[in-house]
Design a protein around this ligand. Structure first.
Ligand code: SAH
Length: 239
């Protein structure tokens, strides 16, 4: 399945440093489309470029528009974000968590828009009603308001995790686990009392098959088991 296209929308961004940091995040998490709605901070400012570092190409790619309607044209789902969530009757401010949005909702859509508000006042209620849903990053209820660029980082990270297959290292295939166990089993018979050996064998099997051992780790363990077995066999022969 083709992964979703992510459009990052910033409404009325005020700070050049925040804009720079966000451009960098947009490059870090390969945002496809970057929209600035009536920005107060300029994407051409020196400060924004400095803080964007190698992500400054995202500032060149940024599309500046006048209002949120223009920025949301063509998306299949628009998610506004807010630090404030509402009471039972304030449905406009009923939110899903950033994780729930990224894991359960966003993957069902191709063009995903995610909207962030101004540092000073966030998004207006009118802007919130233009989105299809509200996303909130759960945090300390006494102080849930994150810095804008930090909020963007968390939501983009969640989307990245959910829309890409994230496997940092190849997992050990089942065959490799069997090789390790085959090296260990005779060793258990040699060193463990007969009446306890079934328990130890079961425990080692459970640990191996439950583990998230990588292929590299499995090779190292296999090497160690082989050496240990040889050593114990020699010892037993000499005794
Ligand atoms: N004083 C503003 C704070 C805005 S923070 C207010 O009262 O609304 C700037 C933006 O960061 C918000 O509009 C939102 O897009 C994002 N943000 C900050 N904290 C967040 C949180 N906990 N969950 C979701 N978005 C958050």
């Amino acid at each position: 399945m083709q992964r979703g296209i992510v459009r990052l929308v910033l409404v009325g961004i005020e700070g050049e440093i925040n804009l720079g940091f966000i451009a960098r995040l947009a490059a870090n998490f390969k945002v496809d489309e970057f929209y600035l709605v009536a920005p107060r901070a300029s994407p051409d400012s020196q400060e924004a470029r400095r803080f964007a570092a190698n992500g400054s190409y995202m500032l060149d790619k940024a599309i500046v528009v006048e209002n949120l309607d223009e920025a949301l044209r063509g998306v299949d789902i628009a998610a506004c974000t807010s630090a404030k969530i509402g009471q039972r009757s304030d449905v406009i401010r009923h939110a899903v968590s950033a994780r729930e949005f990224a894991e359960e909702i966003a993957p069902r859509y191709t063009r995903i828009g995610i909207v962030f508000g101004r540092e000073s006042v966030g998004l207006t209620r009118d802007e919130l009603t233009k989105c299809n849903l509200l996303v909130h990053i759960p945090a300390n209820p006494e102080y849930p308001v994150l810095n804008l660029s930090h909020a963007v980082g968390i939501v983009l990270y969640e989307l990245w995790q959910s829309l890409h297959v994230v496997e940092l290292h190849e997992k050990a295939p089942e065959k490799q686990l069997s090789y390790i166990y085959e090296k260990l089993e005779p060793l258990i018979d040699l060193v463990v009392d007969k009446e306890r050996s079934q328990h130890v064998k079961a425990a080692i099997k459970h640990i191996l098959w439950k583990s998230k051992i990588t292929s590299g780790e499995a090779s190292a363990l296999y090497y160690f088991a082989k050496k240990l077995r040889r050593l114990v066999e020699e010892c037993v022969k000499r005794c």
